[in-house]
Design a protein around this ligand. Sequence first.
Ligand SMILES: NC(=O)c1ccc[n+]([C@@H]2O[C@H](COP(=O)([O-])OP(=O)(O)OC[C@H]3O[C@@H](n4cnc5c(N)ncnc54)[C@H](O)[C@@H]3O)[C@@H](O)[C@H]2O)c1
Length: 254
Amino acid sequence: MGILDNKVVLVTGTGGGLGRVAALAFAREGAKVVGSDINVNANNETVELVRQADGEMTAVAPIDLTDPEQARKMVEEAVAVYGGLDVVYNNAAIQYFGPMPDFSVEDWRKTIAGELDIPFFVSKFAWPHLVERGGGVIINVASISGIIAGEIPPMIGHSAAKAGVIAMTRQLALEGAPHGIRAVTISPGPFLTPASDRDLGDNQEARDAITKKTLLKRFGKPEELVELAVFLASDRASYITGANYVVDGGATAW
Ligand SMILES: NC(=O)c1ccc[n+]([C@@H]2O[C@H](COP(=O)([O-])OP(=O)(O)OC[C@H]3O[C@@H](n4cnc5c(N)ncnc54)[C@H](O)[C@@H]3O)[C@@H](O)[C@H]2O)c1
C-alpha cells in the first residue's frame, strides 16, 4: 500500500536531477507516473530506473514544453495512457543567469519561457482533466530565489520567473478550490543535481558561498526534497492549498 496508490501523476522534467528522483518516489508510493522531458535519452533512463524498482512509468518524450502546442499534446497523451490525471508535478525548467545590466533580452525571454511559461502551459491544459476527475493537485517547483535575492550566480530573470511561479500557484489555488483542485508550491534552496553540479563546475568559491547561506552548511540531496512532494500530492495533505513550502537547509531563515 502506497499513499499514492492508483493516482496518475504527470511529472515534467523527469530526465533531470530532481524530476528523476521525484518520479522514483511517486512510483514507490503506488502512483502511475507519466514522465516527460525534452531530453529523450535521460527520460528513458528514468523510466528504466522506475521499472527496475517495480514502479509504473510511461514516457512522453521528446517534448519542448515552452511550445504550448507540444505542452497540450503531452497532457493529452498523458491522460490517454492511464485514462485520466490526478496530480501535476511541474518540475521542468531551464534558466539563464547574468548580472545587470548585461543580462540579455534574449536570455530574459528564454528564462521567462523556460520557468514561467512551462508550468502555466502544463497547468492550463491539465486543468479540464483535473476538473473532469472531480479535483486533483498541482505542485509547482519554484525556488527560494522567488522569495529572496540571490547573489551567486546573478539571477534577475530566474528570481522574477520563480516569484511568478509562487504567485501563479496562489491564483491556481483560488480558482481551483471550487473544483477540488489544490495548488501548492515547493521552493527548493540549493540542491546538488547533475545540472547544478555542471553549472558550478570547479568553482569552489561559488559552492562555498551557496552552502554558507544555508544553516546546515551543505547542498540538499534530491531525496530530501521529493518526500514533501509525495506528501503534498497525497490525500493526507487535503487541507493544504495555496501555500509555498521552502526546503532550503535554512537558507531563508536568516
Ligand atoms: N537544483 C537546484 O538547486 C534547484 C534550486 C531551486 C529550484 N530548482 C528547480 O527544480 C527544478 C528541477 O531542477 P533540476 O536541478 O533537477 O534541473 P535539471 O536541469 O536537472 O532538470 C530539469 C529538466 O527539465 C528538462 N527541460 C528543460 N527545458 C525543457 C523543456 N523546454 N521542455 C521539456 N523539458 C525541459 C531538462 O531536460 C531537465 O531534464 C527546476 O524547476 C529548477 O528551477 C532547482
